[in-house]
Each structure stands twice: as structure tokens, then as C-alpha cells.
Design a protein around this ligand. Structure first.
Ligand code: ADP
Ligand code: MG
Length: 253
């Protein structure tokens, strides 16, 4: 199987801070890859480099066999790179439907959106949303304002929004942060569904080790912008460099 994402020798400095140093790894379709490391290790920076929010100093990023290193973020998103953020990004004072269609409009739902203005049902959008919501344990009225949602619901819906655009790969930054156990279970179920049912590559940053260890097939560990270990959950959790990195720094984040 060919990688869906290839990160090749990527380096990035912010002033004197080395956020990424010669980082190389691949993301395969239909599985969940973990990207872990102490606070400030450079995880979010890597996601921003992959989806084009920040430029790299050197190295390259491929989506399938296409070199996307110089493409703007919106083009990468249209090409199939989905993203969620450490802090959910929603338009306040807009209804849930408008927010869920952000990004998806650009991809697949533009016609559907126009139709909905004329009172016709966009059943494809609604069916997909319903199928993703199925196991969520909460129902939403998408005509409501986003301010009616809890933090947990926002985090869950942000993943759904990325999936509604039919991505090839999604970059998910700390989806379980701030969630209780029940909410975390639902997020885990959704990510499993994305990878193992829909065949979407998932790159997951997550501090909850039980989550990472249980759903990732492969884990890349970074510290001070460098990869210090890579392998199965068992391999990285018994790696001495990894243990030292986690014990040697404040990892309360
Ligand atoms: P992580 O997500 O692993 O916690 P980040 O990628 O957010 O780490 O940050 C890596 C390092 O780069 C940190 O030292 C951080 O302060 C720095 N950094 C991240 N983004 C910026 C930025 N836009 N400008 C300056 N420094 C940044
Ligand atoms: Mg981060």
C-alpha cells in the first residue's frame, strides 16, 4: 500500500527555536498514526506544515505522489487534507449547519448548499451527517446557533466537519483534550470509523496515552523538534528515549 502522506526531511525554525528538524515519516490510508511528544515538541507545527498553514524552511510534503509543498492551505484542503484544531474553530453567531458546511462547500456540497436555499432537501449531506452522529449519543438541531453546543460537542462536530468534506487524510490535534471519558470514547469510535470503515488516513496528536496506545497502529514520537522514536505502541512505550523525554519534562499539557 502506498502512503497517503509523505513528510520528507522537514525542518522549521521560529527564530532560535527548532520546531522541526529533519522530520520524515509516512501516513498510510486506512489506519491511525499517533504523533506524540512533550508540550512544545513541535507536533502542532508539523500539522500546520502538512496542511499549509505555515511554510517550512526545507523539506517536502507529498499527498499521494503529488508534491504539495508549495500549495496554499485551501488547495491542500480541496485535495483531501482535513484538519481539526487543538481549540475548535467555529464561527460564533452562525448556525451549526453553516459551520458544518465550512470547507465542505468548497469540496462537495456547493450545489447542495444552493439547493437548500431554495427549500429543497440536501439529503446526501443530511444522511452523511446522520451516519456520523449515529453513535454520538446526542442529537443536534443544525438550525441552532453554535453557542448552544458544549465544548465536547464542538470537538466532536469539528471531526465530523472534516469528514463531511470526504478527505483522504485528516490531521486531528488533541481531540480528547478537555473531554470526559464518555466523550472521549465517542471521539475514539468516530476516528476508528474514519480509518477502518472509510479508509481515511488519520494523523492523531493526543496526550491521553490510553487513547493513543489503544487506537494507533504506528506512533511517531518527537521531542525538541526531532523524531526520537517510531514504531508500534508497544515499541515506543518501552523505548528508553521516550521514557526519558516524558519523565524529564513537565508534561501537564
Ligand atoms: P506542540 O504542539 O508539540 O506542543 P508546537 O508545535 O505548538 O508544539 O510548538 C513547537 C515550538 O515552536 C514551541 O517552542 C513553540 O513555542 C514554538 N512555536 C510554535 N508556533 C510558533 C509561532 N507561530 N511563532 C513562534 N514560535 C512558535
Ligand atoms: Mg500542540
Amino acid at each position: 500500500m502506498e502512503p497517503i502522506l509523505t513528510i520528507k526531511n522537514v525542518s522549521k525554525k521560529f527564530g532560535g527555536v527548532v520546531a522541526a528538524k529533519d522530520i520524515s515519516f509516512e501516513v498510510m490510508p486506512d489506519r491511525i498514526h499517533g504523533l506524540i511528544g512533550p508540550n512544545g515538541a513541535g507536533k502542532s507545527t508539523l500539522m500546520n506544515i502538512i496542511n499549509g498553514l505555515i511554510s517550512l524552511d526545507s523539506g517536502s510534503v507529498y499527498l499521494g505522489n503529488k508534491n504539495i509543498t508549495r500549495l496554499p492551505a485551501y488547495t491542500r484542503s480541496r485535495m483531501g487534507i482535513g484538519r481539526t484544531f487543538q481549540t475548535p474553530r467555529f464561527l460564533n453567531r452562525s448556525n451549526i449547519e453553516v459551520n458544518l458546511r465550512l470547507g465542505t462547500d468548497l469540496a462537495n456540497h456547493r450545489i447542495g448548499y444552493l439547493k437548500s436555499f431554495f427549500g429543497k432537501q440536501d439529503t446526501k449531506f443530511e444522511n452523511e451527517l446522520e451516519s456520523y452522529m449515529e453513535n454520538a449519543g446526542f442529537s443536534i438541531d443544525i438550525d441552532n446557533d453554535v453557542s448552544s453546543l458544549t465544548y465536547g460537542q464542538l470537538k466532536f462536530l469539528e471531526i465530523i466537519r472534516s469528514l463531511l468534506a470526504h478527505p483522504k487524510v485528516i490531521l486531528v490535534d488533541e481531540p480528547a483534550a478537555g473531554l470526559n471519558d464518555k466523550e472521549t470514547e465517542k471521539v475514539v469510535a468516530l476516528l476508528n470509523k474514519a480509518a477502518y470503515e472509510y479508509g481515511i488516513g488519520v494523523l492523531l496528536i493526543e496526550h491521553a496515552m490510553d487513547v493513543v496506545m489503544s487506537i494507533c497502529k504506528e506512533i511517531v514520537v518527537v521531542n525538541f523538534g526531532e523524531i526520537i522514536a517510531r514504531g508500534t505502541p508497544q515499541e515506543v512505550s518501552s523505548n528508553q528515549d521516550v521514557i526519558t523525554a516524558y519523565l524529564g519534562r513537565d508534561t501537564n499539557d
